[in-house]
Design a binder for this molecule. Structure first.
Ligand code: GLU
Length: 429
């Protein structure tokens, strides 16, 4: 008997599907190719818990302002739930749900002992002073205390958050329980128990997956490969820097306000310096200005969407001029766009594999925190590469065995593993 609940899964119907609609469409597609028990299929569609908090923050002018935040635990079958916290004006419960589900499949695909979670606060962090941001982060963390612990749910950075927010989260949790608990969050600054290599890990992992894909297509000459990257945050900027370090040509990058393009290649360290000084890419010398939409359809060998979900849609997918897409962001491609991309023979390395480097090094950070024994950067990067290549290989085998696209293969691999564990554990009571 399939369990049925009496409220709809999908909250909004818009021209661009919501992130959760995309996540469910991907899920349905993957499970249709697997021979799973229908109860297991229904169970895994649902987030285990969804938590909404409304909380006050004192602004610098003395006013109290109310903010809304979420934390969703999609699955705890494989272990504690794991996933980032996002500060953005696009945060909705629907989005956080989708991102939590993707974390479950991502952790499963790369074989980490975690389920998936995600959190978010509806705020533009650029409108907060440091003091306000600290207040918001500490109060949001205090609201999450019943839901988080190193054994239950471990937050990390995501869009709009970074090491400083993780430090405040760690401190707030530690002050509440009365002793320091570094393993409560990952992505912390190194001086309070963060891991070597965590900051670079997601971007580096994207490039590791890209190289694996290129090698399997027999392409080996880095200097001939052009890469366009949408997004220049933690994922995009580290991916760009590592790609250039290895000899690839990064021809375009963008931030929220737009991008820059030079067909002969950009000097990424110079772009990073410009970005740090000006807080925008606009006006970077020696490059043409492009919009974020234009960046996606520039001619390139590899396109790396590393900004946010829903960027590659049925509207722009027919116009892409790339041979390969490596998803640095979570959910950047809609299901309709997936179909067009597959029909056009463009290889798409899916998010749950391509950007899994971040949570993989988060796992190393958590292990180091629990053991209070720290690794050097070589060990971190060696293990990161080993895990990603092994996962790539498993996904490629699934693709071949079932004759499916790479996203479906990755989701099938991940879902099968969680389904097996769920069946072994059984339904409670
Ligand atoms: N927010 C990142 C992601 O989407 C990292 C999550 C983590 O390290 O737990 O994968």
């Amino acid at each position: 008997m399939v369990v049925s609940l009496n409220h709809a899964h999908n909250t909004t119907i818009e021209e661009i599907p919501s992130a959760y609609q995309t996540a469910l469409a991907q899920y349905d597609r993957a499970v249709s190719r697997l021979d799973l028990d229908e109860n297991v299929v229904e169970f895994m569609r649902w987030p285990r818990r969804e938590f909404t908090v409304n909380f006050p923050v004192r602004r610098d002018d003395g006013r109290i302002e109310m903010f809304t935040g979420y934390r969703v635990h999609h699955s705890t079958i494989m272990g504690p739930s794991k996933g980032g916290v996002r500060y953005s004006l696009n945060v909705t419960l629907d989005e956080v749900r989708a991102l939590a589900m993707w974390m479950t499949w991502k952790c499963s695909l790369v074989n980490l002992p975690y389920g998936g979670a995600k959190g978010g606060v509806l705020v533009d962090p650029k409108t907060l002073s440091m003091r306000e941001k600290e207040g918001l982060t500490r109060r949001y963390t205090a609201e999450l205390i019943p839901l988080i612990s190193p054994q239950m749910d471990i937050p990390a950075p995501d869009m709009g958050t970074g090491p400083q927010e993780m430090a405040w989260m760690m401190d707030t949790y530690s002050m509440t329980v009365g002793y320091s608990v570094p393993a409560i969050v990952t992505g912390k600054p190194i001086n309070i128990g963060g891991s070597q290599g965590r900051a670079e890990a997601t971007g580096r992992g994207v490039i590791i997956c890209m190289i694996e894909a290129l090698k399997r297509r027999g392409i080996i000459d880095e200097s001939n490969i052009t890469i366009a990257i949408q997004g220049f945050g933690n994922v995009g900027s580290h991916a760009a820097a590592y790609a250039q370090e290895l000899g690839f040509k990064v021809v375009a990058v963008s931030d929220i306000d737009g991008g820059i393009y030079n067909a002969n290649g950009l000097d990424i360290p110079a772009v990073q310096k410009y970005m740090a000084q000006n807080r925008t890419l606009a006006g970077f010398p020696g490059a043409d200005t492009v919009t974020n939409a234009e960046l996606l359809t520039l001619p390139c060998d590899v396109l790396i969407p590393a900004a946010m979900e829903g960027q590659i849609t049925e509207h722009n997918a027919p116009h892409l001029r790339t041979k390969m897409i490596v998803e640095g962001a979570n959910g950047p491609t809609t299901t309709e766009a997936d179909d067009i991309i597959n029909d056009r023979g463009i290889l798409l390395v899916p998010d749950i594999l391509a950007n899994a480097g971040g949570v993989t090094v988060s796992y190393f950070e958590w292990v180091q925190g629990m053991q209070e024994f720290f690794w050097d950067i070589e060990e971190v990067f060696r293990n990161l590469e080993r895990i990603l290549i092994r996962s790539y290989d498993g996904t490629a085998q699934m693709m071949e065995k079932h004759g499916v696209d790479m996203r479906t293969a990755a989701q099938m691999t991940a879902i099968q593993r969680v389904a097996d564990a769920l069946q072994t554990r059984g339904f409670y009571p």
